[in-house]
Design a protein around this ligand. Sequence first.
Ligand SMILES: [Zn+2]
Length: 192
Amino acid sequence: MVNDALCPLCSEDRESTIHLLARCSFAQIMWRLSPLGINMNSIQGDSVFDWWDNLLERWKGMKENKNVWAAVGYIVWRIWKCRNNVVFNNKLWRPDAACTAAICEATDFLKSNEQLPRIGDSGHATIVGELVEWKKPLNGWVKINFDGGLDKHRKSSGLGIMIKDSCGHFRAARGLHYGYLMSPVVLEAMAA
Ligand SMILES: [Zn+2]
């Protein structure tokens, strides 16, 4: 970061880390529009460390709230990405769009880290150790996930299709059931 250069996001002040994260008008809009709804002018600090300490002090009752910290982390990360997008690609995001992207990313992160209960061999619910992370599609696209399943005891087959958008929001789903066994290859092909 060049200290005597103007901030690429607002062109109102010299660029510094504390300016970029907390004092920049671009960043302040993002913080205020986010679910955190915070006015960063109310958090004192001339250095990043002082600012961060004061932020922790403000939210000391929420140390265990991972939603808050996921949002903070992804907003900071998105501010940095927006800054780089101006510097390297000459493209400026709108702060409201940047805020939405950050919160989508935080939501995806939290969802992908949820531990899903599963019924183990003993019949008791156990926790799945490894989950395959769902990755969102590019902006403006939807992702279609599908899979088929066979039940050899009941001699039946089924398939499920789910569509989610670039924010990870559910858009549509469909399940189909067949009263006979199909080959897995045919079933996967039908789902596709
Ligand atoms: Zn700025």
